[in-house]
Design a protein around this ligand. Structure first.
Ligand code: 13P
Ligand code: SF4
Length: 302
C-alpha cells in the first residue's frame, strides 16, 4: 500500500474512533509524520494525561504506552507493535525495589519512567530524563534509591551532592555503546560543531559534551542556539524534526549506528492495523494501575 493511501485510511479511522496518535522522537520519520503529537517521554506522558480522545495509539515502546494507560485508565491505549520493548526498563524488577527498600528504609524510591509498571507501583515518585533533578530536589529525603538507569542516576547525583544516591545498575544498551573514542573521532571530523548528548550516555561521554539533555531538551537547545553545526549523541530518529525545523543547520550523528531497534519496529502499516483492529491494547490490572499512578501523578505535580 502507498504511504498516502495509508495516511488517508489512518485519518478516516482516527475520526471514526476518536483516536489520537502519539509518537516518540525515536520513531521512523514516516511514523512521526503520521502522528498528531511527537515528543520526548515527559512531554508525551504529560500530554496523554489530558487528551480528550477515547483512543490513544502510542508509537514508542511499551513502558510509554503503559504510562499513558496508567494516567488514563478509562481510555483505550494501543501499542502498534506488541513486542516493542525497552531492554533497560526490563532490567529492574519489582523485587529489586523491595530489596533495596528493605536495605535502605529511610530512602525515597525514584524510578525513571523507562521502567515496568511493577517497579513504578513500588516507587515514591517517577521522573524522566527531562526532570530528574527537579523531581529529586523536590523530595525531603536525603537518601535516594534510583532505578533502573545508573547513568541518569549518576548524572543527577552529581548535580545534587547533598543527597546520597543508591544506584541500580541498569543501562540503555544503545547509549551505553557510545565510547570516549567515538567522541574523539567525531570532534576531529567536525571540530566546529557542538556535541549534544543524552544523559543515558556513559559519564566520560557526558563530560566531553557541550550539552546534556533529554531528546526534547536537545531539540529546544538547537532551536535557541545561534550555532550552525551539531553532533547528536542520541538515537537518530531525533534528526527528522531537527532537519525539518532547521534546514540551514548541519547535523552529524556521534556514531554511524545510533539506533534503538525497538523504537524502529513500528511502521505506518502497523499504525493502520493498530487502529483498524484495536491492537495491541494495553491491559494492566486495576490494583497495579492505582499504585503506579501515584508516583506518576507526583512527578506531573512537580
Ligand atoms: P527521553 O526521555 O529523552 O524521551 O528519552 C527516552 C528514552 O528512551 C531514551 O533512550
Ligand atoms: Fe530503551 Fe534505550 Fe531504546 Fe530508549 S533508546 S527505548 S532507553 S533501549
Amino acid at each position: 500500500m502507498q504511504l498516502d493511501e495509508i495516511q488517508n485510511k489512518v485519518s478516516r479511522l482516527k475520526q471514526e474512533k476518536n483516536a489520537v496518535i502519539l509518537a516518540h522522537y525515536y520513531q521512523i520519520p514516516e511514523v512521526q509524520d503520521l502522528a498528531d503529537h511527537v515528543g520526548d517521554s515527559f512531554a508525551l506522558s504529560k500530554l496523554s494525561a489530558g487528551l480528550p480522545n477515547q483512543v490513544i495509539v502510542f508509537c514508542g515502546v511499551n513502558f510509554m504506552a503503559e504510562t499513558a494507560k496508567i494516567l488514563s485508565p478509562e481510555k483505550t491505549v494501543l501499542l502498534p507493535v506488541e513486542d516493542a520493548g525497552c531492554p533497560m526498563a526490563d532490567m529492574a524488577k519489582a523485587e529489586d525495589v523491595k530489596r533495596l527498600k528493605a536495605a535502605h528504609p529511610d530512602a525515597a524510591v525514584v524510578s525513571y519512567v523507562n521502567s515496568t509498571t511493577g517497579v513504578k507501583a513500588h516507587s515514591d515518585i517517577c521522573c524522566t530524563s527531562a526532570n530528574a533533578e527537579k523531581v529529586i530536589r523536590s523530595l525531603p529525603h536525603k537518601k535516594i534509591i534510583f532505578l533502573p538507569d545508573e547513568q541518569l542516576g549518576s548524572y543527577t547525583a552529581a548535580k545534587i551532592p547533598e543527597k546520597e544516591f543508591i544506584l541500580f545498575k541498569g543501562y540503555c544498551p544503545i547509549h551505553e555503546e557510545i565510547m570516549e573514542i567515538d567522541v574523539k573521532l567525531a570532534r576531529e571530523a567536525y571540530p566546529d560543531a557542538l556535541l549534544l548528548v543524552h544523559p543515558e550516555c556513559r559519564p566520560e561521554v557526558r563530560q566531553a559534551a557541550d550539552f546534556v539533555g533529554s531528546t526534547g531538551q536537545i531539540i529546544r537547545y538547537i532551536d535557541q542556539s545561534p550555532e550552525k553545526k551539531f553532533i547528536i549523541g542520541t538515537e537518530q530518529g531525533i534528526l527528522h524534526p531537527l532537519q525539518i525545523s532547521h534546514p540551514e543547520k548541519q547535523f552529524h550523528m556521534l556514531t554511524g549506528s545510533f539506533l534503538c531497534p525497538n523504537m524502529k519496529k513500528t511502521t505506518p502499516i502497523h499504525v493502520l492495523e493498530s487502529l483498524k483492529e484495536d491492537k495491541t491494547e494495553i491491559e494492566i490490572e486495576k490494583g497495579l494501575i492505582d499504585k503506579a499512578r501515584i508516583p506518576l501523578k507526583r512527578m506531573l505535580e512537580v
